[in-house]
Design a protein around this ligand. Structure first.
Ligand SMILES: Nc1ncnc2c1ncn2[C@@H]1O[C@H](COP(=O)(O)OP(=O)(O)OP(=O)(O)O)[C@@H](O)[C@H]1O
Ligand SMILES: [Mg+2]
Length: 257
């Protein structure tokens, strides 16, 4: 199993949109996929139509009174399960802080699912917190959506430094999102960062109002807009994510399973 996460200190940059679309695409490709919604806003749970009520709340998981296997729910899509978040997740930091190894709890919770899933994707709330620190510890590949602004490039540098100090740092995969090709600044910033860092994804997610429609349809983009430009971008991004995570191509994966 490969564990991925969408993370950025900044809010509203497309973390959840990416987590939901990529999880759907992983599942559509025949991979057993688990999406864990870690945000008390419960946006991923809402988009995938899973009721955001969690018995015992996030605390029960963190305290070890409940397993992820017990907390997960099927979605309407084959191969795709979801661990919903509810409003109790706002206190997840406090619950984590009260445990023995507060930065490793989430990794410990995900570990037992190793044989059950091919891919786990964690949708992280914004901010720097114990939750995000846990997520960084638990993941193989950290997907970092970036709106092309000078400030977001700086926060990426901070994240890169933070990750470099870890014993087992995850691989970073920054990708540009909400890009408007008509804006000169967007073109400049994407070009400059690409020149500086080899790890930036080749795929760019365009700014398109269709993405907001996910909340109206309560479905991943490929389901209600299969031929849209932005759907194709998420498909291309999934290919990059898949390769970077070391997951085999679809046909090969299907043959060996
Ligand atoms: N490429 C895009 N083009 C246009 N709108 C987008 C795009 N990606 C996301 N959005 C919209 O922007 C808003 C924020 O997106 P999203 O919820 O995915 O961000 P987030 O980083 O998860 O936010 P939060 O920090 O609150 O969890 C949503 O209304 C979403 O529909
Ligand atoms: Mg979100």
């Amino acid at each position: 199993m490969k564990t991925l996460a969408t993370y950025n200190i900044k809010g509203g940059v497309g973390k959840t949109a990416a987590a939901v679309n990529l999880a759907y695409l992983a599942a559509r490709g025949g991979r057993r996929t688990l999406l864990w919604d870690l945000d008390p806003q419960g946006a991923a749970s809402y988009l995938l139509r899973v009721r955001p009520r969690v018995k015992g709340g996030g605390k029960a998981l963190v305290r070890g009174r409940k397993t992820l296997e017990e907390a997960r729910k099927p979605t309407e899509f084959e191969n795709l399960d979801l661990v919903p978040a509810d409003f109790t997740y706002r206190n997840l930091d406090l619950a984590l802080d009260a445990t023995k190894r507060p930065t490793e709890r989430i990794a410990r919770l995900v570990d037992p699912l190793e044989d059950e899933y091919d891919v786990a994707i964690l949708d992280c709330p914004p901010g720097i917190s114990l939750v995000s620190e846990n997520v960084v510890h638990a993941t193989d590949l950290l997907l970092v959506p970036l709106i092309p602004t000078t400030l977001s490039v700086r926060t990426l540098e901070q994240l890169t430094e933070f990750v470099a100090d870890l014993t087992h740092p995850p691989t970073l995969l920054p990708f540009f999102t909400m890009v408007d090709g008509r804006k000169r600044l967007h073109r400049e910033i994407t070009g400059e960062l690409r020149a500086q860092r080899k790890d930036v994804a080749a795929t760019v997610i365009p700014a398109l109002a269709l993405v907001e429609q996910m909340a109206v349809h309560r479905a991943p983009l490929p389901v209600f807009a299969p031929r849209s430009r932005v759907t194709r971008s998420y498909e291309a991004l999934w290919e990059e994510v898949r390769r970077r995570a070391g997951l085999r191509a679809r046909s090969a994966a299907a043959r060996t399973r």
